[in-house]
Design a protein around this ligand. Structure first.
Ligand SMILES: NC(=O)c1ccc[n+]([C@@H]2O[C@H](COP(=O)([O-])OP(=O)(O)OC[C@H]3O[C@@H](n4cnc5c(N)ncnc54)[C@H](O)[C@@H]3O)[C@@H](O)[C@H]2O)c1
Length: 330
């Protein structure tokens, strides 16, 4: 990838790992990020000679987006209000970022002929029980006054926009991420159950598992998430298509909590918290979330390589060195 690359949300968790990878591959990268959940530390580790430019600003700034996209033939659009808990705390601003911001990026890319990879989410499938989720599956969502569904809906609007622009000639691919984790995972836990469990385990507080803990997820180590994203930008066959990018290793949330407690040698108790207590304004969970990876494998040649235990070991080592709760124990 020799052409200049724009990464929106490049100071965030996945975005910063993507930037690392693009620079390592010899790319020249511009980050557009408002640092609302991104961190300076995620991008400052690169040598000052690296072909990296950081622009502080918002994807909702139409003129700024227009200027930057015009300069970049390839755009990875990851900037978003992320995670169900975050969205529930400010649904209006989140919808604005996720819908208006994406519209700005796609419209500008269409104007200038840039290629786009759009970050979407497994939340798209909602409460569907047709497991494993195929990209062609129906979406099953709860009512609109339950804010947790607005994240899924905002990303679905993004996808609709992408397909609509694709019909008008935009070169775009969509990647639906399944629960990514790894070093740099934000300790405030935006949408990340792993970060929340690690913080609780490190501080010796109870590890709070919502519901009966039998709900399952497939956690994807971030280098596997990045690999799928890069493949979606490289392959011609990826254009106009949407891909699940995740791991097929399914784990219950209770098992995850136990593994984290054991691996950290934590004395924390495991506590089951009913959903009504955790989310008094209403919450509906997804019982199983498992990707069908057939399309990503066949079209992109994608195959995740990092097991949950190996990925957790790397992640927990990083969290021990960086989380405040770990510092309190030292
Ligand atoms: N982490 C996951 O498991 C996961 C799962 C599914 C989808 N995703 C998607 O992947 C992308 C990256 O998520 P992440 O986990 O790295 O989260 P993150 O919060 O670490 O990254 C999002 C980045 O976008 C930036 N941002 C937010 N609003 C912005 C705005 N208006 N203008 C410019 N920058 C803005 C934030 O500062 C942050 O750096 C998002 O689009 C998210 O919806 C992530």
């Amino acid at each position: 990838m020799s052409e200049p690359i724009l990464v929106t949300g490049g100071a965030g968790f996945i975005g910063s790992h993507l930037v690392d990878r693009l620079l390592a591959d010899g790319g020249s990268v511009t980050i557009l990020d408002d640092f609302s959940t991104g961190h300076e530390a995620n991008v400052s580790a690169h040598p000052s000679t690296a072909p990296l430019r950081v622009v502080r600003g918002s994807v909702t700034d139409e003129r700024l987006v227009d200027t930057l996209v015009a300069e970049h033939p390839l755009v990875f659009h990851l900037a978003a209000a992320v995670g169900v808990a975050h969205i529930m705390s400010d649904p209006v601003a989140s919808l604005h970022t996720n819908v208006r911001g994406t519209e700005n990026v796609l419209a500008a890319a269409h104007r200038y002929g840039s290629r786009v990879v759009l970050a979407s989410t497994s939340e798209i499938y909602g409460r569907s029980t047709e497991v494993p989720f195929k990209e062609t599956a129906n979406r099953v969502l709860g009512p609109t006054w339950i804010h947790r569904w607005s994240y899924s809906t905002s990303k679905a609007v993004d996808e609709h926009l992408a397909f609509a622009y694709a019909e008008q000639g935009l070169r775009v691919s969509i990647v639906r991420y399944f629960n990514s984790y790894g070093p740099r995972i934000d300790e405030r836990g935006y949408g990340s159950v792993i970060a929340r469990f690690v913080t609780q385990a490190l501080s010796g507080e109870p590890i709070t598992v919502h519901g009966d803990g039998q709900q399952t997820r497939c956690f994807t180590y971030v280098t596997d998430t990045v690999e799928g994203t890069v493949l979606a930008a490289r392959r011609k066959e990826a254009l106009g298509n949407v891909f699940n990018i995740g791991s097929a290793e399914e784990v219950t949330i209770r098992d995850l909590a136990e593994r984290i407690r054991r691996m950290l040698g934590s004395a924390s108790q495991l506590t089951l918290v009913p959903y009504e207590a955790a989310y008094p304004t209403g919450f509906q969970d997804t019982p199983r979330r498992v990707p069908d990876l057939g399309r990503a494998r066949d079209v992109l040649g994608y195959s995740p390589t990092v097991s949950l235990d190996a990925g957790l070991a790397l992640t927990l080592a990083w969290c021990r060195a960086h989380y405040a709760a770990a510092g309190e124990r030292r």
